[in-house]
Design a protein around this ligand. Structure first.
Ligand SMILES: [Zn+2]
Length: 281
């Protein structure tokens, strides 16, 4: 069994290369159980969740990392977010009137947002080419950090796994051939090995001739960051008059969180409280 719902860092002695492994099962199923996604959407969403977890390991502060793929086909959006504390959530949008057999990534854009708990968010956008999510991630790191990175992502609709290798800024201990050698060995990994092997067996399979150091696992769990307050802030953007029209028609304003389907309902008084300036009249 692979290591599930956790991620784990590893390094190689005498090199400036580090890696990260992630396995998702309960987190993935928590997302999928709330929606009736086609298999092709489950697979791409699982890979994106694994990618967001791997990338959250590079966060240097408290906050959240969000990956959003904006796509040209019948599946228009897949999005996955992981916080520095290992809370993960994800969503997909697609044309439900269509038979979805394939998620077209090529021609889309991957938007990478780093949202620190304090301070301004940073956003990077990279093109999705050749239908490969991992290439867009590698391109992002090359552009933003000038460091080589490689990603391998797999999902079978039940389990999602990811493997990342990353160059660190070179130090004196650098073994100049290490990056090429270690990334070449990783490229021999098969999809079923990434999905099914535990981390220790997987690293032994690839790197039994290297000095690998495996660190403590970090647990990952599904959690949504929605709240009544945040939902209230979001719907207040619709405008006072429009919301009061809904109240007049339906007696309340109802809204479900897109990620976790939590239902939020606002009474006339609660809507009025969102607009303190209107209360004076
Ligand atoms: Zn929610």
């Amino acid at each position: 069994m692979s290591n599930l719902d956790s991620m784990q860092r590893f390094t190689f002695d005498q090199t400036d290369v580090r890696g990260e492994l992630v396995g998702l099962q309960k987190c993935l199923n928590a997302v999928l159980s709330k929606h009736d996604y086609p298999q092709a959407v489950k697979v791409e969403l699982g890979k994106l969740m694994a990618a967001s977890a791997l990338m959250s390991a590079t966060l240097k502060y408290e906050g959240r990392l969000c990956l959003q793929a904006r796509l040209p086909g019948d599946v228009t959006l897949i999005q996955a977010e992981t916080t520095d504390t290992g809370e993960i959530r994800a969503i997909a949008r697609y044309d439900e009137s269509k038979e979805i057999e394939h998620v077209e990534l090529a021609g889309g854009q991957l938007v990478i947002t780093l949202e620190p708990a304090v301070g301004k968010p940073y956003q990077g956008v990279v093109p999705l080419e050749g239908n490969q999510l991992n290439k867009a991630l590698e391109y992002y790191f090359k552009q933003s950090e000038q460091l080589g990175s490689r990603f391998w992502l797999e999902c079978d609709g039940t389990i999602a796994s990811g493997f990342m290798l990353q160059q660190l800024p070179a130090s004196e201990q650098d073994d100049p051939d290490a990056w090429d050698r270690l990334s070449h060995l990783a490229s021999t990994l098969k999809a079923e090995e990434l999905l099914n092997l535990d981390n220790q067996s997987l690293l032994y399979r690839l790197y039994h001739e290297e000095q690998v150091r495996l660190y403590d696992e970090t647990a990952l769990r599904f959690a949504c960051t929605c709240s009544k307050e945040r939902t209230g802030n979001a719907i207040s953007q619709i405008g006072y008059d429009e919301l009061m029209d809904v109240i007049a028609e339906q007696g309340k304003v109802s809204i479900d969180c897109q990620f976790c389907l939590q239902h939020y309902s606002f009474t006339k008084e609660q809507i009025a409280n969102l607009f303190p300036e209107k209360k004076l009249h």
